[in-house]
Design a protein around this ligand. Structure first.
Ligand SMILES: [Cu+2]
Length: 318
């Protein structure tokens, strides 16, 4: 028996080494082709974890700034504006009880307070320097929705009244290149264009995917997906935060009548009943889907222009 167990352990170690190698190669190559999670699914048992110590330390270091109540106003585009260019300028004014809160990217760490900017129901983009406009590039003709809200350096949103703003606008005759969005690699493009910010006052911005506004009713309950997003590496993947914005809806644990349902990799749905971020640990390497839905107490999706059910793909490379 002992010898047999020994062989099994060796086999397991061998498998683990092979997997690690594959993951490393995958992340260095900039794609996940070698992380063949679908072919041999690793067992992933997610559990709700405490707020990571690293983040608790950052909260403490920020002092009263963490209790700020920043409010935003969308100065541009104006509500219901008609924009005749595929590059849509976004200008925001920030005010409210800031307690030192100011969007800014620290050149050394690449982190800092920032605004989450969402076109239609695409993944958010980070906007750091409000002194100059943010550019939504290659925006297709048609009606669009812009959503913005303030965020902390670790992408947890501020949830105070007035933090979230939304406008609809229309692009007419903008001449967006319809072939471009398909070839744009979400996230990477943005960092590349931002990395020049030190050399010249290049504007922050992002090539947009092809999308149009859903028929949103701004007076109805709206769930805005924020995190998780993109790639999580190393210890950042130990616990991954789910965070969202709620408009015109209160969750059952906060005295309201709604719930947020989250589903990872199409598995068993779980619920969030208080409007605050949760952290999940136990992720395996590879690609994962995260779906967030706003549902009523009976579990029925509360529709609002198709925006209250959002699925994103993230990549974990520990
Ligand atoms: Cu963020």
């Amino acid at each position: 028996m002992k010898a047999r167990n020994f062989v099994l352990i060796l086999a397991a170690l061998g498998a683990a080494c092979t997997n690690n190698t594959a993951v490393n190669n995958g992340s260095h190559a900039g794609n996940a082709n070698t992380v063949n999670v679908n072919a041999s699914p690793a067992i992933q048992n997610l559990s709700v974890a405490e707020r990571p110590q690293k983040i608790k330390d950052m909260v403490a270091a920020r002092g009263e700034q963490d209790q700020a109540a920043p409010t935003l106003k969308i100065a541009e585009p104006a509500a219901n504006a008609a924009v005749s260019s595929s590059t849509v300028k976004v200008r925001l004014n920030i005010s409210g009880d800031l307690k030192g809160y100011a969007p800014h990217k620290d050149p050394e760490t690449g982190m800092g307070n920032h605004i989450h900017v969402i076109l239609d129901n695409q993944p958010y983009e980070a906007y750091y320097n409000l002194e100059q406009e943010f550019e939504l590039r290659n925006v297709s003709d048609g009606e669009h929705t812009l959503r913005v809200f303030p965020s902390r350096p670790w992408h947890e949103s501020y949830k105070n009244d007035g933090g979230f703003q939304m406008v609809k606008f229309t692009v007419k005759g903008g001449g967006a290149d319809a072939t471009k969005p398909a070839t744009t690699n979400s996230g990477q493009q943005m960092s590349n264009s931002n990395s020049n910010a030190n050399a010249a006052p290049a504007k922050e911005g992002k090539d947009m995917q092809n999308s149009t506004a859903g028929p949103i009713d701004t007076t109805k309950p709206l769930l805005t997906y924020s995190r998780p997003k993109g790639e999580y590496k190393g210890t950042d993947a130990d616990s991954i935060m789910i965070d969202f914005w709620l408009t015109n809806a209160r969750l059952s644990g906060d005295g309201g009548e709604y719930r947020v349902r989250y589903t990872v990799d199409g598995g068993e749905p779980k619920f969030i009943d208080k409007w605050e971020p949760i952290w999940l640990s136990g992720w395996t390497n590879g690609k994962h889907s995260v779906k967030l839905e706003l549902v009523d107490k009976a579990g029925n999706l509360v529709d609002n222009g198709g925006y209250n059910s959002t699925t994103r793909e993230i990549t974990v490379a520990k």
